[in-house]
Design a protein around this ligand. Structure first.
Ligand SMILES: [Zn+2]
Length: 272
């Protein structure tokens, strides 16, 4: 039987919102990007994949999760040489998302989760989650949906590098909307690699991200050619299941009172 609870935040009326606040679901903010993803994929990849996983996890959560309208743009200046990419300055992105999470906290939702779909947003969502927790009475955590599915994908993948517009993202897109994937144009590319550095370093010793037009003709990092909808289904189901588990844990997470251990009164009038 279908759950009676709406799982899309902005489908509720304000009166219904009071019932939702009383129920204390986890409120998810999906963050994506509008960014080139090779010659074979539309530029909505990060947004579509991330939002689809959030919505399905929420639909299955029986009132335990509400999904906000997603943030469709992110930090992307390193892709700006590819037509269509939209860039938001990191300070603007952090400020904008914080305004959303603080609004949610203002209404009394105690558990907020930023679920991200764009690699370059990772350091920014960390700051957003920390600042929301430190600057409101609510708790906010952040994750990248990709991390929830990577172990399952590692069992089935046929290419070595998992990065961008690759076997992982193309498989997931093939599962969700195959009619928009141009597999005849799918290709492979790699960044410039040294012992310590690479041009698209998000996981190796040193973090460094160069302009992508300096090292790729396709806008791909990895190999999209072995992608299939069957692999995409495994990624999708794993990410949805694990996101549901994460939300259930987060919903029950204790929100304890802060305690002041100063023996003399602290200068609480000072604000940062
Ligand atoms: Zn992507």
């Amino acid at each position: 039987m279908d759950s009676p609870f709406e799982y899309r935040y902005n489908r509720l009326t304000w009166a219904e919102m009071n019932d939702a606040i009383a129920r204390q679901p986890v409120v998810i903010l999906p963050t994506g990007s509008t960014e080139q993803h090779g010659r074979h994929l539309p530029i909505d990849v990060d947004l579509l994949l991330c939002e689809s996983i959030c919505l399905e996890a929420a639909r299955r959560a029986d009132g335990g999760v509400l999904v906000l309208p997603p943030i469709p743009y992110g930090l992307n200046y390193h892709h700006i040489d590819f037509p269509g990419t939209i860039h938001i300055e990191p300070e603007v992105f952090i400020a904008f998302c914080l305004n959303v999470t603080k609004s949610v906290a203002y209404h009394g939702f105690e558990k907020i989760l930023v679920v991200n779909g764009h690699g370059s947003n990772v350091p920014l969502i960390d700051i957003i989650a920390r600042r929301t927790t430190l600057e409101t009475p609510s708790l906010c955590a952040a994750c990248h949906y990709f991390s929830l599915a990577i172990e399952a994908f590692n069992e089935i993948k046929e290419s070595a590098v998992v990065a961008h517009a690759d076997e992982f993202e193309t498989s997931l897109y093939l599962y969700l909307a195959p009619e928009r994937v141009q597999m005849d144009k799918a290709g492979a590319d790699d960044d410039v690699m040294g012992a310590y550095l690479s041009s698209d370093s998000t996981t190796s010793y040193v973090r460094f991200n160069d302009f992508w037009s300096r090292w790729t003709d396709l806008g791909v990092h990895g190999d999209a050619r072995p992608a299939t909808a069957e692999k995409g289904k495994i990624i999708f189901e794993t990410a949805v299941t694990r996101l549901g588990e994460l939300c259930a844990e987060w919903r029950e997470w204790p929100l304890a009172e802060r305690r002041d251990f100063h023996e003399r009164p602290a200068n609480t009038q000072i604000r940062w």
